[in-house]
Write a protein that binds this ligand. Structure first.
Ligand SMILES: NC(=O)NCCC(=O)O
Ligand SMILES: [Zn+2]
Ligand SMILES: [Zn+2]
Length: 481
């Protein structure tokens, strides 16, 4: 396998520009980007004439091998990252989710072990699901010794991994001290719990009860609460899987006030609506059960507008695959259907097709939301998310004219369901390069078990510096009497 790769004749697309250029990669890094780079003896050459050459996708929200709701996802770190590579995604940021009372470091080491089989590079957010002095201490160890710079808080999943407000406040404050980004799954878990019981009391036990127990206001309330807590504490905040207009509006309002609030949106929420929950076929309806749920179509427009306006910043999948047999645990009670859907392979195609082909996004704006913005927010830019000398050679060659029909029959994920089933997209990856190696070429997936590396992410991204200066200048001053 040559360690030098030349990608010749394509249009290199970064978040800030697109230009005709060759890309030369050596020993896993990009060493030159420019016109007419000469072919070197022994180099592998990829012809990119007529193609876009983009930074490999970063999916900042996946759950591979997740133990959740009494079962474990179908995709492990190998099959899940391999599926990502087939779709042009070369880095995932997954989640360590400790059980309540489980030491954070124990959970972290467990997840690191599971992830060693990854085929692409990966990193971890760590969830804070409970609080005591050991959590306070372990957060520092994770940031300073393990390169974790983001902590996740579930405001839903009562009686399981839900954070109460005290834990949110303590953890946000600690994250600020450590220079790490707090992130939240914003849904009011108390309201969800109440509405679930009420739905069942009304006889609504099927998957249609899932969206009915998680209306947009439930998400908007939690988003607003998390934003307000972050504002009071002077910490930036990142809201995962924003699914509805009301939550997107809460972010836009806070940003208009100058607050550093960042939003993530899922390929599914941008393109799939809630009609499936009323499908008479249980497996189809349950296959769509994820939280927050798919929404009525009008919310999709609000999410696209958020991306276009810059109020929403990243796109992800929340890839979390459960098969029909697992979903059947909730046959008579929708609250027992394991929550989660796939998408790591389809994300970039679906968003390109619905975003770029529609004129909502330019190719550079697509690179921003599919890769560069996540790299910036989680402080791995320009190592990731940018085609420049010195960056990791993680790239995708993109044919904007080729079409594909997405289907469970052809997906690489081990899940047995595809929420994008039957969707024909225009704009597909023809090659994916990870660490300078061609790992996917014209349908031939060459993912290597264990080839992925753990990516450390330094603390104190640029936002922290600005916020610290602001806080210092606006510190409370006592009246001298
Ligand atoms: N999203 C979902 O339904 N499952 C995964 C856990 C989470 O992110 O909430
Ligand atoms: Zn979530
Ligand atoms: Zn998730």
């Amino acid at each position: 396998m040559p360690s030098t790769l030349l990608i010749r004749g394509g249009t290199v697309v970064n978040a800030d520009r697109a230009e005709r250029a060759d890309v030369l990669c050596r020993e896993g890094r990009i060493v030159a980007v420019g016109l007419d780079l000469g072919v070197q003896a022994g180099a592998e050459v990829l012809d990119a004439e007529g193609l876009y050459v983009m930074p490999g996708g970063i999916d900042p929200h996946t759950h591979m091998q997740l133990p959740f709701m009494g079962t474990v996802t179908m995709d492990d770190f190998y099959s899940g990252t391999a599926a990502g590579l087939a779709g042009g995604t070369t880095t995932i940021i997954d989640f360590v989710i400790p059980d309540p009372q489980e030491p954070l470091m124990d959970a972290y080491r467990k997840w690191r072990g599971w992830a060693e089989k990854s085929a692409s590079d990966y990193s971890f957010h760590v969830a804070v699901t409970w609080w005591d002095d050991s959590v306070h201490r372990d957060m520092a160890t994770l940031v300073r010794e393990e390169g974790v710079n983001s902590f996740k808080h579930f405001m839903a999943y009562k009686n399981a991994i839900m954070c109460d407000d005290e834990t949110l406040v303590r953890s946000f404050r600690r994250a600020l001290e450590l220079g790490a980004m707090p992130t939240v799954h914003a849904e009011n878990g108390e309201l969800v719990f109440l509405l679930q019981q009420e739905m069942k009391a009304l006889g609504v036990t099927g998957p249609e009860g899932h969206p009915l127990s998680r209306p947009p206001a439930v998400e908007a309330e939690a988003a607003q609460r998390a934003i307000a807590i972050a504002d009071v504490l002077g910490v930036p905040i990142y809201i995962v899987h924003v699914s509805c207009a009301e939550a997107a509006d809460a972010i836009a309002r806070a940003r208009a006030r100058g607050q550093r609030v960042f939003g993530e949106v899922l390929a599914g929420h941008l393109t799939v609506d809630d009609s499936a929950y009323r499908n008479p076929d249980f497996a189809t309806a349950a296959g769509h059960v994820m939280s927050p749920p798919f929404r009525e179509k009008s919310h999709q427009e609000a999410l696209w507008r958020g991306l276009q306006a810059g109020h929403l910043h990243t796109t992800a999948t929340d890839h979390c695959t459960f098969c029909a047999a697992q979903k059947a645990a909730g046959k008579d009670d929708f609250t027992r259907i394991p929550n989660g859907c796939g998408g790591v392979e389809e994300r970039m195609m679906v968003i390109w097709d619905a975003g770029v082909n529609s004129g909502r996004l330019t190719p550079s704006e697509f690179v921003a939301i599919a890769s560069a913005n996540a790299a910036k927010l989680f402080n791995i830019y320009p190592r990731k998310g940018c085609i420049t000398a010195g960056a990791d050679a993680d790239l995708v060659l993109w044919d904007p004219t080729a079409t594909r029909t997405l289907s469970v029959k052809t997906q690489k994920s081990l899940g047995d369901f595809n929420v994008f089933e039957g969707r024909t997209v225009t704009g597909v990856p023809t090659a994916t390069i990870s660490q300078g190696k061609v790992v996917y070429l014209h349908g031939d997936l060459r993912a290597e078990r264990g080839a992925g590396r753990y990516v450390q992410r330094p603390a104190f991204s640029t936002h922290f510096d600005a916020m610290a200066r602001w806080s210092k200048l606006h510190a409370p001053v006592a009246v001298t009497r």
